[in-house]
Design a protein around this ligand. Structure first.
Ligand SMILES: [Zn+2]
Length: 236
């Protein structure tokens, strides 16, 4: 017969493996969403380039086309962030407050698209258009295509909804610990938050949020009960 400690160890092993599996599955889901965001951009860019030649007022056309891009990105974002929230709930019931937090999170991501991404792309596109004769069509298109990278950063909002779900349904005083992978790919912000304890009120941002690794963040918010078995030191 197993001793109590052995039993506890084996239960811990199962939970531990489950957590690792879930984390890896979520990292894959986030990567898939990053690809989707970039595909929306690439498809849009293809249409944009076809029509660009026919447009007399290029500046106006760029502005209008970017509004369309923003709309498409937001549509995808709303669908996927809700899905991420559901995965993050892991079967726990959503409260009205949590749904409110999710709505705020989605709105915040939309505001970033409007206030950061679209103006950035507009400036980039207009600058490249100015140089078009000088650099040639191929370099022009290549330069615009490379901006897909920037669009992909919005995958951080997905990771945030995954990690935020449990925070949003939790009591105000419930403590969670920010756990990074603490490896060379961990950014300076995440390294600073690593192993620090927060509550809903003191959490500086969500993983994948206001951190330098953006959509590549793999940090978790771990609540009591799980942290004790979390292999944050020397884990796989
Ligand atoms: Zn991180």
């Amino acid at each position: 017969m197993k001793t109590l400690q052995q039993l506890r160890d084996s239960v811990d092993q199962v939970l531990w493996k489950y957590e690792i599996k879930q984390r890896d599955a979520n990292i894959k889901l986030t990567a898939k969403y990053r690809d989707e965001l970039q595909d929306v951009y690439k498809d849009w860019l293809e249409e944009f380039l076809v029509e660009l030649d026919d447009e007399d007022d290029k500046q106006e056309y760029v502005a209008a086309a970017l509004l369309l891009l923003g709309r498409r990105l937001k549509e995808l974002q709303r669908t996927r962030l809700l899905e991420a929230f559901n995965v993050g709930l892991a079967g726990d019931p959503a409260s009205p407050e949590a749904l409110g937090e999710l709505a705020r999170h989605i709105r915040e991501q939309e505001e970033y698209i409007d206030s950061s991404l679209l103006p950035h792309l507009e400036e980039h596109f207009l600058n490249r258009l100015d140089e078009l004769e000088e650099i040639g069509q191929e370099a022009f298109e290549e330069s615009l295509l490379k901006r897909a990278y920037r669009v992909g950063k919005y995958a951080g909002g997905f990771w945030g909804a995954l990690q935020g779900a449990q925070v949003w349904i939790s009591q105000d005083n419930r403590v969670c610990t920010w756990v990074s992978l603490d490896d060379p790919a961990t950014c300076v912000d995440c390294a600073e938050y690593h192993m620090k304890e927060f509550t809903k009120a003191t959490l500086p941002t969500l993983p994948g949020g206001d951190v330098q690794c953006d959509g590549s963040c793999r940090c978790l918010l771990i609540f009591e009960g799980i942290l004790e078995i979390w292999p944050y030191q020397g884990g796989p």
